[in-house]
Design a protein around this ligand. Structure first.
Ligand code: FMN
Length: 201
């Protein structure tokens, strides 16, 4: 079956993307809103796209009323954010933060999430996250349908000591990191089934 983007609804395009571009990593993003309110929300249109400098990309859909979500608005206004990696222990709190809250409500209070100060940016990081990346806004592009794409440059990495296998060259224990990934709808994946292929020399 073929689907021409010009002939399908954005809802079908969303379903095609979210059920075939899988599994997607989840960025649990903390930002600061007006009056210093800490905002936290998960986003799986997310990936690392370069290492020199280290850059990450996030994709934002508009809200159902077509307004801009709090996270991209805060990032564009303050130019700073933190991406916290979601392990299985954080899954329930991460999901609570995807609820529909107003700008003056802090998800971290609602979901009972402890945060701690960042070193290079003002938004705090999530204490229980195994890896947090402090980011500065690198570039943002508005999309026709009301969404936007944001590229962030990582200025500081925080990695929990116990997931570091080796310091130099750096090796992370992905089993201890235990990240969860998004499939379609309410479905998630673990990365417990791995295999190796050696690259050709
Ligand atoms: C696992 C997960 C992944 C999500 N990924 C995205 C995404 O990539 N882009 C997006 O716009 N919304 C995504 N959402 C929905 C947002 O988290 C949700 O709209 C949230 O309320 C936005 O909060 P904010 O207005 O505080 O930024 C996702 C939700 C979940 C549970």
């Amino acid at each position: 079956m073929r689907f021409a983007s010009s002939e399908i609804t954005s809802s079908t395009a969303y379903r095609l993307l979210t059920s075939t571009v899988v599994p997607r990593p989840i960025a649990f993003v903390t930002t600061l809103g007006k009056d210093g309110i800490v905002n936290a929300a998960p986003f799986s249109f997310f990936n690392a796209v370069g290492s020199s400098p280290p850059v990450l990309v996030l994709g934002f859909e508009p809200k159902v009323d077509n307004s801009v979500k709090d996270t991209p608005r805060n990032i564009i206004e303050t130019k700073e954010f933190v991406i916290n990696i979601v392990n299985e222990a954080l899954a329930v709190q991460m999901n609570i933060c995807a609820g529909n809250f107003t700008q003056d409500q802090s998800e971290i209070e609602i979901a009972n999430i402890n945060v701690t100060e960042s070193t290079e940016v003002k938004p705090p990081r999530i204490q229980a996250s195994p890896v947090s990346m402090e980011c500065k806004l690198f570039q943002h592009t508005a999309l026709e349908g009301g969404g936007c794409v944001i590229i962030g440059e990582v200025v500081q990495f925080h990695v929990q000591d116990d997931i570091i296998l080796q310091r130099d060259p750096l090796r992370i224990d992905v089993n201890k990191l235990n990240p969860i990934a998004r499939l379609a709808g309410p479905d998630y994946a673990r990365i417990t089934d791995q295999f190796q292929i050696q690259r050709p020399k």
